[in-house]
Design a binder for this molecule. Structure first.
Ligand SMILES: Cc1cc2nc3c(=O)[nH]c(=O)nc-3n(C[C@H](O)[C@H](O)[C@H](O)COP(=O)(O)OP(=O)(O)OC[C@H]3O[C@@H](n4cnc5c(N)ncnc54)[C@H](O)[C@@H]3O)c2cc1C
Length: 414
């Protein structure tokens, strides 16, 4: 008889050990099988996951958002709507400048710059908004062959549209890109509040309209460290010359010869010239500054502005503080209907100063849209959706911070 607590004889011990090994192996196998099964089920679920997306606004940002959606591979149905007709959208003549970052982003979405009217200079692409929108619309239309893509032009997003089309058939994601005057977010009950922040710079804009001039894409001109002789207006220039550090201005001339735009800016300072131009009541001083600057830096082949054509210039009366307004709420979740909403482009953030690069800021905001679509499409529960929204909101805030820090440097000061 064996004593209790005494070790089993050698033959029994071998049996125990092999049983324990067998149990461990089968547990391991079960875990491995479960993991493999879960991974393949998750993989299939991720692979099959598709959402329906509605984009409001077919401006440059809305159209790019629509392209991001169809290229994400996670969209089953895309609806794009704009209150303007196709003709009204495509005749927009303003010129836009796409910077190298936007160009790379758009190339990744299948934009073919070789087949778009425009011109290149220093890796920037200059084209008209209407031409850009037409190109993006044509790419979207090509996707109709393999996806449910509905483009509803001349259709306003309104309470009425919502009641008739969405209430029983909500998309999972709505992208609002209805521009700086858009009111679509109010339709969805999203706060209309904006935060207005200084970019620590002053600026002024001018436009020269000359209907007899050509309307073809034209590279921009930049000039730096400019000073203006304002002695004719009673300013003591000798005192200004002694100032240190010297507050130079940055000038940009852009747009077509027919619609020429000028932007003048400088980092915020309390220098004599800046103070003078900020507080003058004489609006002809600023007009004269733009007049002289244009004639000094314009392209050789375009006509000068002279005393007879001076009335073609419309400009700010004085230097103003450059401010960035950005929405307090740029992403939201409509509880009950389970809809994720994001606000993009000028509907989300807009400057009170035209740098000629407004579209680029809107496109940076879209760099996180594909990730949002992927995460929403593959979300297991609301927690995953909120994580996706939180990441989008973080990115939106980062876009604002980066612009406040560096935006004017890249668009004006270098
Ligand atoms: C005079 C001027 C000159 C400019 N020059 C330049 C330049 O040289 N370079 C540059 O990069 N940028 C320039 N900009 C800025 C540029 O036009 C904007 O940055 C750009 O258009 C913003 O794009 P978006 O798609 O966000 O908005 P938008 O282009 O404003 O598009 C919004 C769209 O939403 C639609 N919409 C609005 N409400 C609704 C609704 N309820 N239902 C359906 N559709 C709706 C509108 O019809 C519109 O088509 C200029 C702007 C102006 C005004």
């Amino acid at each position: 008889m064996e004593k209790a607590g005494a070790p089993p004889p050698p033959s029994l011990q071998v049996q125990y050990e092999s049983l324990a090994l067998e149990a461990a192996l089968s547990t391991l196998l079960a875990v491995a099988l479960y993991s493999a099964l879960k991974m393949s089920v998750d993989g299939i679920r991720h692979w099959r996951a598709r959402v329906s997306v509605l984009v409001v606004g077919a401006g440059p940002v809305g159209l790019t958002a629509a392209l991001v959606a169809v290229r994400s591979g996670k969209v089953l149905k895309l609806t794009l709507l704009d209150e303007r007709s196709r003709a009204a959208l495509l005749c927009r003549a303003q010129q836009i400048a796409l910077d190298p970052r936007s160009v790379r982003f758009l190339l990744g979405l299948g934009v073919d710059f070789d087949n778009m009217e425009g011109c290149w200079e220093q890796e920037h692409f200059f084209t008209k908004i209407g031409v850009f929108q037409e190109h993006l619309l044509s790419i979207l239309e090509q996707h109709k062959r393999r996806l449910a893509v509905h483009i509803l032009l001349g259709t306003k997003f309104s309470d009425d549209f919502l009641k008739k089309n969405l209430v029983s058939n909500w998309p999972e994601i709505i992208v609002l890109a209805d521009g700086s005057r858009g009111e679509s977010s109010a339709v969805l009950g999203i706060s209309p509040e904006y935060i207005v922040e200084s970019c620590n710079a002053y600026g002024a804009n001018a436009v020269i309209e000359r209907p007899d001039q050509r309307q073809v894409p034209t590279p921009e001109i930049r000039a730096h460290s400019l000073y203006f002789d304002l002695s004719a207006y009673g300013m003591d220039m000798s005192a200004m010359r002694k100032e240190s550090p010297k507050p130079g201005f940055h000038l940009k001339i852009y747009g077509t010869f027919r619609n020429r735009y000028l932007a003048l800016a400088c980092p915020a300072s309390d220098s004599k010239m800046v103070r003078f131009l900020r507080h003058t009541l004489n609006s002809s001083i600023m007009k004269n500054v733009f007049h002289q600057s244009f004639n000094a830096y314009k392209m050789d082949i375009e006509p000068r502005v002279n005393e007879l054509t001076l009335h073609h210039i419309q400009c700010s009366a004085r230097l103003f503080e450059i401010m960035l307004s950005h929405r307090r709420v740029t992403a939201a979740f409509i509880d009950g209907d389970n809809v994720v909403v994001t606000v993009e482009g000028e509907a989300a953030r807009v400057l009170n100063f035209d740098t000629g690069c407004g579209v680029n800021l809107g496109l940076i905001g879209l760099e996180s849209t594909e990730e949002l679509i992927y995460k929403v499409a593959t979300a297991m529960d609301q927690h995953d959706i909120f994580e996706a929204l939180a990441a989008k909101i973080r990115h939106s805030k980062q876009v604002v911070e980066d612009f406040k820090q560096n935006g004017l440097f890249t668009t004006m000061f270098e």
